[in-house]
Design a protein around this ligand. Structure first.
Ligand code: GDP
Length: 473
């Protein structure tokens, strides 16, 4: 059962960034009730807000705004941590006009370590002020910032939308057809118990008869341990845990067991349909997805569709070519398969392709080692100075196109998030950078920073106005 009925959204940040003003904006605009809820410390103010047609409990951690500037009392830190602990979603607030301070970094660090869904809110951006601070906020590693002015009510519609979208994903509204009817509570449980040292979530997808069940059994082996219908995962998912002795010590995996799912399924779906919906469920669950194909007929249309879906959703992907025991001319065959994959899955260039035999339990060590390597790449962060050095070279080597006689400028690039590596480049004319030039940049990024086999995202922003793509209201 959920411990709280409404999803909780905590507003976190160092003193004086404008948390209370934002709290008042978000709660006061449409609802009245601002009250002290029992069970919360007096340092935290709470109130309900109606966001994206949904009631949420906003929690303000601004109880100690009077603290002397530049000092972070332990109490302030402790209450932020407590609020974060209870939150479904965190709004991390920074002051654009003050720019990034060590105190921001400290609070951002607490937030990052909590590993909760977070939106980065850069406040005091009214009238296009604080542009430097807005850019600096990218380096906090908390994703793409939202430029707002809580005081003047600017940028809040976009923030509302983003809060709504984030909550829809992490704490879906209870579904009437769901017997348990408690999806939000499950997510919270998962978030609580899954962190911090949680296992790597792995899923195996592929066409019927590729050998998924056989591989699951081989991986789980004797130690098979049904963790059961896990709270917090998709309602009908089943996951199993296993440990693997990696080169740098034991690694815990949590395996999304689609075979188990199938046994549970009450719906009479066709096998083809099941493998597609398995893939969709698996992607929701997994950080890393193994696409299992059969060496007898790898890369059928459906395999590519599944691969596209996995990469499109930004998950780490590797390909395992099963039934390798049946292949006679192994060397020629793997070269052939690798080449075909390289050509047909160009959005994940450099993807790991591992031949295995699930039945004979061959190649499983290599498969898990490849999964770990891809997982590391997927989590990789590149520093902003390195990126901008690379940008200067990449642009010098191959200049962006000119549009009606004016050369398109790319001014700055940074990586707001990993999982998958996502970059934002600021340019004078985002719409003028052709698809082929963007692919050139992505391929060059891949090469320069060693990012093979994972989706790499490049978002373009108009460089001289933080509101430009956010639709200033
Ligand atoms: P799923 O539909 O993907 O779960 O596939 P299964 O695990 O049920 O396997 C389908 C068939 O392929 C079974 O008859 C397995 O015994 C066989 N199979 C699975 N892995 C291998 C393998 O590595 N080598 C060979 N020769 N057969 C395999």
């Amino acid at each position: 059962m959920a411990q709280h009925i409404l999803p909780q959204v905590a507003i976190v940040g160092r003193p004086n960034v404008g948390k209370s003003t934002l709290f008042n904006r978000l709660t006061g605009r449409r609802t009245a009730l601002v009250s002290d809820m029992p069970g919360l410390t007096r340092d935290r103010r709470t109130g309900t807000a109606l966001i994206a047609e949904r009631e949420v409990l906003m929690v303000d951690t601004a109880g100690l705004e009077d603290a002397p500037r530049g000092t972070i009392p332990d109490r302030m830190r402790a209450q932020s941590e407590a609020a974060i602990e209870d939150a479904d979603l965190i709004l991390f607030v920074m002051d654009a006009r003050a720019g990034l301070t060590p105190a921001d970094e400290l609070f951002a660090d607490i937030v990052r370590r909590a590993d909760r869904p977070t939106l980065l809110v850069v406040n005091k951006c009214e009238g296009n002020k604080g542009r430097e601070g807005f850019y600096e906020s990218y380096s906090l590693g908390l994703g793409e910032p939202f430029a707002v002015s809580a005081e003047h009510g600017e940028g809040l519609a976009d923030l509302d939308d983003a809060i709504g979208a984030a909550l829809a994903e992490i704490a879906p509204l209870p579904d009437a057809s769901d017997e348990d009817g408690d999806a939000a509570g499950e997510d919270e449980d998962y978030a609580k118990h899954g962190t911090p040292e949680r296992p790597i979530r792995l899923a195996i997808v592929g066409r019927p008869n590729a050998g998924k069940s056989t591989l699951v059994n081989a991986l789980l082996g004797e130690e098979r341990m049904i963790v059961g219908p896990e709270p917090g995962l998709t309602r009908d998912s089943i996951s199993s845990a296993f440990k693997w002795e990696g080169r740098d010590g034991p690694v815990s995996f949590e395996l999304f067991d689609t075979a188990g799912l199938r046994r549970k399924s009450r719906i009479n779906e066709t096998a083809e349909k099941l493998s597609a919906s398995d893939a969709i469920r698996a992607v929701r669950f997994a950080e890393i997805v193994v696409l299992l194909v059969s060496a007898e007929n790898p890369l059928e249309h459906q395999d590519l569709t599944i691969a596209d879906h996995v990469a499109g959703e930004g998950r780490a992907l590797i390909v395992a070519v099963n039934k390798w025991d049946l292949v006679t001319d192994k060397q020629a065959r793997i070269a052939e398969i690798r080449k075909a994959i390289e050509m047909r899955m160009s959005n994940v260039a450099g993807i790991a392709v591992v031949p295995i035999s699930a039945l004979a339990e061959r190649g499983l060590e290599k498969l898990l080692a490849a999964a770990m390597a891809t997982y590391a790449t997927w989590n990789k962060r590149v520093s902003t100075p390195d990126l901008n050095r690379w940008l200067a070279e990449a642009v010098a080597r191959h200049a962006p196109p000119a549009v009606s006689g004016r050369r398109v400028r790319i001014r700055y690039i940074t990586q707001p998030t990993a999982r998958p590596p996502t970059f934002v480049a600021f340019t004078s004319q985002p719409q003028a950078l052709s698809g082929s030039y963007q692919r050139y940049l992505i391929n060059s990024l891949r090469e320069a920073f060693d990012l093979p086999g994972v989706p790499v995202r490049l978002n373009l922003r108009k460089g001289d106005n933080p509101y430009a793509t956010k639709g200033r209201k």
